[in-house]
Design a protein around this ligand. Structure first.
Ligand code: SF4
Length: 219
């Protein structure tokens, strides 16, 4: 009944004007999957809604609290660089430190997830920040330490490399869209930090076929 309406709204949010252009997350997760979604948007599933609502809850609550200190924090800071846009959850404006708020279905987290870091580093590079923070809510932790913070640092060289990678991914992403061929964009089947994205991806068989084709070409 109402679930269908929420799924339709989520679809419109992901595919409407709000989502036009290239977002940092289109490039830092799987650019190929983003191309597929743009060329052939699929209906949203309850699983998508589950991820959206649980991820959104930490954003909204942390941002509401940060809003009490408007002098120190800017919430949902909009970024735009070389045709790539993004929204940073919070920025400590006194120290130019972007803060990304995440939630994870785990009890503990000793090592920060690489895809949290790659998204934050993209924001850091665009903002020219040498320090950033990932704040994670541990959804399965029911004791007294349900949050962890990870400080991430970068030097000038890494900031430049990060920007170059964003530009390169953007170039192939746009080419893939123009030629209507998602395989031209970077995939993550062989990326040990991101291949978990392939597990529930409807395009996995196509990507594997493409990998085999590429391997044969390089033999
Ligand atoms: S299967 Fe993996 S590489 Fe292919 S589109 Fe999906 S997430 Fe990307």
């Amino acid at each position: 009944m109402y679930l269908e309406q929420l799924l339709t709204s989520l679809y419109e949010k992901f595919n409407g004007d709000e989502r036009s252009g290239i977002h940092v997350s289109d490039l830092t997760l799987c650019p190929r999957k983003s191309v597929w979604r743009k060329l052939n948007p699929e209906p949203c599933t309850p699983r998508d809604l589950n991820f959206f609502s649980s991820g959104r809850s930490i954003h909204d609550s942390i941002q509401t609290l940060a809003n009490h200190n408007k002098k120190k924090f800017e919430i949902e800071k909009e970024l735009s660089w070389e045709g790539i846009s993004g929204h940073v959850d919070l920025v400590d404006t006194e120290n130019n430190i972007p803060i990304e708020c995440k939630s994870a279905r785990v009890k503990t987290m000793d090592v920060v997830k690489p895809h949290y870091v790659s998204q934050l580093k993209a924001y850091m590079a665009i903002l020219g920040s040498k320090t950033g923070v990932v704040l994670v809510q541990l959804l399965m932790h029911f004791d007294d330490k349900p949050f962890v913070e990870f400080e991430i640092t970068m030097d000038e060289e890494e900031m430049n490399t990060t920007k170059q990678k964003l530009l390169l991914d953007k170039e192939f992403y746009l080419m893939a869209l123009e030629k209507k061929d998602p395989m031209l964009a970077r995939g993550v089947t062989k990326d040990k930090d991101l291949d978990w994205l392939c597990r529930n991806c409807p395009h996995y068989a196509d990507c594997l076929k493409n990998d085999i084709k590429e391997e044969k070409k390089n033999d």
